[in-house]
Design a protein around this ligand. Structure first.
Ligand code: PLP
Length: 390
């Protein structure tokens, strides 16, 4: 018989009842060190005292009003994001896919409003992931995700990540924009070079295209900068963020420059729940914490340490672990043996990690991780690698 919850997920045999900082506690009494963060979401760790206080205080005052009225926390969060990014304006929604969808609409709307309605196509990259809605599936062109859902919306042309010649060759008079993750997450932690990103910006400017970054996974401190694009110095016209933004409370956002966002007049887009008082009160505190002096330095330091330790481990177990890739605390290890097996065995040793496509295991702890947690995680990894080798 079918489960009451629609069976779209392959579930691990565990349920958690409580979280505290870097740790999760299961209903059967087991304790886990969390290097998955609920897929790069729980940026400040579990049950962060200031987030708990903000949420409970706001819950006692006001949850939801709709976007028919001013929402002070939403305006405060938008101003904070604008003050700390390339963007001039922010639209709030509830998830990553919605943030990308909003961006895709903005791309088309901009060209339509500036006399180029024929420019509607978006160039995307191989191994990308942009969400599970019809348009975001069509953008990423992952065969496994698309199967059975045809026909998907038209308007996306895909090129190999890192190949500028092929990208330039794909541009036509109908091209509106280029969409890329500054570090690919779900696809297997592939990192485009800064030079490639710079050339994408130049190419977009040369052909009158817009550049959109999907920072749903990389954004809000994950890579050691508030946004991953800061590493390359390349700024997009439009950017989607979500995962880490609410520290576990569902919220997404689409950021854009004034040039582009000013084409989104009242009535052009909307969301019932997007940016409601509860979500934005929490997210505002998340961003405030991440912008505190020293916080992002800590992420960079822990990211460098974790990357070094993973690289050493890969050198010690070359038949099990390959390349270590990523930026900050968005790290992936290319597996030689099946990644899913490694994730399961690490879990049995009390360490949570997350698989990615192309046989990769992601190490994406909450950004508050300390050296002692990295030691603990590496001890689990070493123990597991030891058993696989035997
Ligand atoms: C997770 C993710 C999405 C989709 O986010 P949802 O909240 O699951 O809709 C989109 N883009 C990237 C890069 C992601 O990592």
């Amino acid at each position: 018989m079918i489960s009451a919850v629609m069976p779209t997920y392959a579930l691990a045999d565990v349920a958690f009842e409580r979280g505290e900082g870097m740790y999760l506690f299961a209903t059967d009494g087991r304790r886990f060190l969390d290097f998955g963060s609920g897929i790069a979401v729980v940026s400040l760790g579990h049950a962060h005292p200031r987030l708990v206080a903000t949420l409970t205080e706001q819950a006692g005052k006001l949850w939801h009003t709709s976007n028919l009225y001013h929402i002070p926390a939403q305006e405060r969060l938008a101003a904070r994001l604008v003050a700390n990014s390339f963007a001039d304006s922010v639209f709030f929604c509830n998830s990553g896919a919605e943030a990308v969808e909003c961006g895709l609409k903005i791309l088309r709307r901009y060209h339509d409003e500036t006399g180029h309605a024929e420019r509607y196509r978006v160039i995307t990259c191989t191994n990308s992931f942009h969400g599970r809605t019809m348009a975001t599936l069509s953008a990423a062109k992952n065969e496994k995700h698309m199967k059975g859902f045809a026909p998907l919306p038209d308007g996306f042309d895909q090129v190999p990540l890192g190949n500028l010649n092929e990208l330039r060759a794909a541009i036509t008079e109908e091209t509106a924009a280029i969409l890329i993750e500054p570090v690919q997450g779900e696809g297997g932690i592939y990192v485009p070079t800064d030079d490639y990103l710079k050339r994408l910006r130049e190419t977009a400017d040369e052909f009158g295209l817009l550049l959109m970054f999907d920072e749903v996974q990389t954004g809000v401190g994950r890579t050691g900068k508030l946004f991953a694009y800061e590493w390359s110095g390349v700024t997009p016209d439009v950017m989607a963020i979500a995962k880490g933004l609410g520290g576990g409370f569902p919220i997404g956002a689409c950021l854009a420059t004034e040039k582009v966002a000013s084409t989104m007049a009242p009535g052009t887009h909307g969301s019932t729940f997007g940016g409601n008082p509860l979500a934005t009160a929490v997210a505002d505190v998340v961003v405030d914490e991440i912008l505190k002096p020293g916080f992002l330095d800590h992420v960079q330091k822990m990211g460098a340490l974790l990357e070094r330790r993973l690289t050493e481990m890969a050198a010690a177990y070359p038949k099990i672990l390959g390349d270590v890739r990523g930026k900050g605390l968005l790290l992936g290890v290319q597996c030689i043996t099946p990644a899913g097996e490694l994730v399961d065995k690490l879990m049995a040793k009390g360490l949570l990690t997350v698989p990615a496509a192309n046989n990769v295991v992601r190490f994406i702890p909450p950004l508050i991780v300390e050296e002692s947690h990295i030691d603990e995680a590496m001890a689990a990894l070493e123990a597991v690698c030891g058993t696989i080798r035997d």
